[in-house]
Design a binder for this molecule. Sequence first.
Ligand code: NDP
Length: 253
Amino acid sequence: MILVGDDPGSAIYVRNKKKATVECGMKSFGYELPADVPEAELLGLIDALNADPNVHGILCQLPLPKHLDEFKVTCRIDPAKDVDGLHPMNVGLLSMGREGPVSCTPAGVMVMLHRAGIEVAGKECVVIGRSNIVGKPVAQLLLKENGTVTVCHSRTKDLKAVVRRADVVVVAIGRAKMVTGDWIKPGAVVVDVGINRNAEGKVVGDVDFDSVAEVAGAVTPVPNGVGPMTIAMLLRNTLDAFKRAEKARAAAR
Ligand code: NDP
């Protein structure tokens, strides 16, 4: 795990990921670099981790300080060790419906749906948000499972009317409690990815849980909904990367 700079939010995420990694019996190697680290030094560290056979997963916590090119850094990670599923090669595999490491939060959303016995096939699925980390990959995963998927964003006209059509709604906007009960079709499933701090400093989602819970068939809470799933999927991606590496090693013997 690579952490650049001293963003308190990122530091908490990395600490929680590190803790979970060790708890499940994996070894965690942490690298904390100063906010002004030269790009070449960060890329050099990634090269060294790419070459290290003891390392099966590499995560560089985003966002990075402005002087660093996130795309360049993401591309430098060996796709086989890209446990965040953000390398263009893995994003390409996902869009082609092929196996590969999938971005952790979207993968976690799908596991939640599966475990709750919610079928996506043939359903109207609406994703609010089109980021590379959440919105787009979750849309691809819903499509892969034969949902009829609509992706909404800040330019979508009459967002509420689009959301009201949905059987499954995944919300990843970054706006506290924006989606309220009157947006939701009765019985719909609502997954809240949002993590926001309200005026009192409390963590809240993008969904107004209380009003949505009155109409939805199911709704995920924030905190303790999608958040922990993200970390669980990071561990799963790392284990999968280890298994693939071992298989390749055995085949080469
Ligand atoms: P981004 O800011 O990258 O993307 C937000 C998306 O929401 C954009 O596509 C944007 O549209 C859209 N949007 C913004 N305002 C509106 C609006 N008024 N109406 C409709 N669409 C809107 O955020 P992320 O995808 O990275 O994250 C989304 C939320 O999920 C955040 O709260 C974040 O903290 C949380 N998150 C949670 C994780 C977890 O582990 N639970 C992991 C990652 C994120 P446009 O593209 O047009 O600008």
